[in-house]
Design a protein around this ligand. Structure first.
Ligand SMILES: Cc1cc2nc3c(=O)[nH]c(=O)nc-3n(C[C@H](O)[C@H](O)[C@H](O)COP(=O)(O)O)c2cc1C
Length: 201
């Protein structure tokens, strides 16, 4: 068995940050060990306590464990590329948000809130040695149907979860290089502006 070491993927940060922010990354292969229900509950509990605009908590989650019918249906809603690797994850989550406020207005901040809740979840997961790999590559309209998502809610992403330390050789060859590659980020100068917008690109 060949695994990718956590050290190898650790962020080369420009300034010191919290350890779990540095160590998290998005693997495409996971340890086969299932995630126990209590640990799954802890992940959703972390998401639950995120801040949200007017405390509206517009996030929604559907999850399925490997081996269940719902799991296979989730794989079926993914892009061909994501199916190739996500099918080995012990746990899958589909995320959604509530589009309107209770007053019937568009909730412009719902995606912000969903993202915050997932940030919470990812830090909780990291503390439990669980990796999360988010996916935009899904057929969200199909997912709305397959999972009986009511009108007014919008399926957003899928997430593959599992303990770090999967066998690299389980990945198709074309994905192995990315799995061991360095992680990169834009410099602060491209996204942080003091006083007023300074970037013209
Ligand atoms: C909203 C979102 C959508 C993503 N969609 C996909 C996807 O469909 N397939 C995939 O393999 N990775 C996907 N990723 C993973 C990103 O490519 C990854 O987070 C990015 O390259 C940074 O790598 P890191 O998470 O290891 O730091 C997605 C990530 C996010 C947050």
């Amino acid at each position: 068995m060949e695994t990718v070491s956590q050290k190898q993927k650790k962020a080369e940060t420009a300034f010191e940050i919290l350890a779990p922010l540095k160590s998290r990354w998005s693997p495409r292969v996971f340890d086969e060990k299932p995630i126990p229900q209590n640990e799954i509950n802890r992940l959703f509990e972390a998401a639950r306590w995120a801040a949200s605009s007017y405390n509206r908590q517009p996030w929604r989650f559907i999850y399925a464990k490997k081996g269940s019918k719902a799991y296979d249906k989730m794989i079926d809603c993914m892009s061909e590329f994501n199916q190739k690797w996500a099918k080995n994850a012990p746990l899958l989550i589909f995320t959604a948000y509530k589009e309107k406020t209770d007053e019937g207005d568009d909730n412009f901040h719902a995606l912000h809130d969903l993202g915050l809740s997932l940030g919470n979840m990812s830090m909780q997961a990291e503390s439990m040695n669980i990796a999360m790999h988010h996916m935009a590559g899904i057929d969200w309209k199909k997912a709305q149907n397959v999972f009986d998502v009511p009108e007014g809610f919008h399926v957003t992403t899928a997430i593959a979860l599992g303990y770090y330390g999967g066998d690299l050789n389980k990945l198709p060859e074309d994905l192995r290089e990315q799995e061991t590659g360095e992680r990169e980020r834009k410099p602060h100068s491209e996204f942080v502006f003091e006083g007023s917008w300074k970037d013209r690109s």
